[in-house]
Design a protein around this ligand. Structure first.
Ligand SMILES: Cc1ncc(COP(=O)(O)O)c(C=O)c1O
Length: 370
């Protein structure tokens, strides 16, 4: 029986987010989804194992109370400043649902004759989930190009461009940026935040590999939320834990619309144990940064143009062949990297920083290919 008429047209026409591949190929070196090459700390593994017993029949703490208390201590704020989600993807989606009106909704407010409550704004290239979240919600997207070197345009340039919407209900800024890897200073982020009339989310998924973080802005500015995740720097993609830090009024609003038990119990336990062993992770950040700099230098010697990175990946323009061909050539050698078929980054490969051994294998493969 044909039954597509039951599906909302918005959903029928939606281009869903495409996650990086997770192929099961033996011996594959997987450098495509910015996972951490190092396992969680032994204390985290012990804590998770110790929690796997008859208690699995119980619901987890609905507000992730212990985790929020530990995070509050880490960031020098109160638990009321923190909302934990099923990965930071969930808190990003909650921001769209909580702060943006669907475009069709006639109740939105006009400012300068624009439906400001309906606009989700972001730079391109940045995290490719933002447009999908806007589309799912039926909001209006406003993608605005970064400078050609992927640096942030100044507020004056944004005003001149006339494309940027200072009234947008919600603006996402990935900092440091993905997929370019470029880091932004707190000073330049602050200037953009101060110029915005709507909410600004600073998505700091990769910030532990960067020189600066902008967490102070979430404490000082009532319309700024900082998103963090345990996925990348804390080796915990599998458990799905991310969070927002921001003004208690914004956090309370999002708390009303999340699922009651949005953070699974083992995820809460793993994240709490992570915060008890930060020394282990900080040592890993250093190793990853050292490998990143080594890999960038080696690829540069092989005529790649490598952009400066403050993340656990690099964006590199390869020589001789198109980036899409490089993707296949490396795959043939059992090395998986990421290529995005988007105009600003089509000529680049995004390469996650693995272990020194994985980086050396990549360099060897590159030398064989060129
Ligand atoms: C910029 C950015 N933000 C957020 C996320 C989502 O992370 P999480 O695993 O916490 O949902 C990613 C993951 O790729 C990302 O690249």
């Amino acid at each position: 029986m044909p039954n597509s008429e039951f599906i909302r047209p918005l959903v029928q026409n939606l281009h869903a987010y495409v996650p990086g591949e997770q192929p099961k190929i033996k011996g594959l070196i997987k450098l495509n989804t910015n996972e951490n090459p190092y396992p969680p700390s032994p204390r985290v593994l012990d804590a998770v194992k110790a929690a796997v017993d008859g208690r699995l029949r119980l619901y987890p703490n609905p507000t992730a109370q212990n985790l929020r208390e530990k995070l509050a201590k880490l960031h020098g704020c109160a638990p009321e400043n923190i909302l934990v989600g099923n990965g930071s993807d969930e808190v990003l989606a909650l921001a769209v649902r909580g702060f943006v009106e669907p475009s069709q909704n006639s109740s939105f407010v006009f400012r300068n004759s624009r439906p400001w409550k309906a606009v989700v704004q972001y730079f391109t290239p940045s995290y490719s989930l933002y447009p999908v979240l806007a589309d799912i919600h039926g909001a209006t997207r406003n993608p605005v190009e970064l400078n050609p070197d992927f640096s942030l345009p100044s507020v004056a340039d944004l005003r001149r461009s006339r494309k940027w919407d200072f009234d947008a209900a919600l603006t996402f800024i990935t900092t440091p940026n993905a997929p370019s890897g470029r880091g932004y200073t707190t000073e330049e982020l602050k200037k953009i935040c101060l110029a915005q009339k709507g909410i600004v989310v600073l998505d700091e998924a990769y910030v532990d590999f960067a020189e600066e973080n902008a967490m102070e802005l979430a404490g000082k500015l009532p319309h700024v939320l900082v998103a963090r995740t345990f996925s990348k720097a804390y080796s915990l993609c599998f458990q799905r834990v991310g969070y927002f830090v921001g003004h208690p009024n914004l956090i309370a609003a999002l708390d009303k619309i999340r699922d009651s038990y949005n953070v699974n119990g083992l995820g809460q336990i793993a994240a709490e144990a992570t915060l008890d062993d930060l020394k282990y992770y900080r040592a890993n950040f250093k190793k990853i940064i050292t490998t990143r700099e080594w890999l960038a230098a080696e690829l540069t010697k092989a005529n790649f143009r490598v952009l400066p990175s403050q993340t656990n990946f690099i964006l590199a323009h390869p020589p001789e062949f198109a980036a899409s061909e490089w993707l296949q050539k490396l795959r043939d050698k059992k090395i998986l990297v990421r290529w995005f078929n988007a105009p600003e980054v089509r000529d680049y490969l995004r390469i996650t920083i693995g272990t020194p051994e994985e980086a050396a294998a990549l360099v060897k493969a590159v030398r064989q290919i060129v």
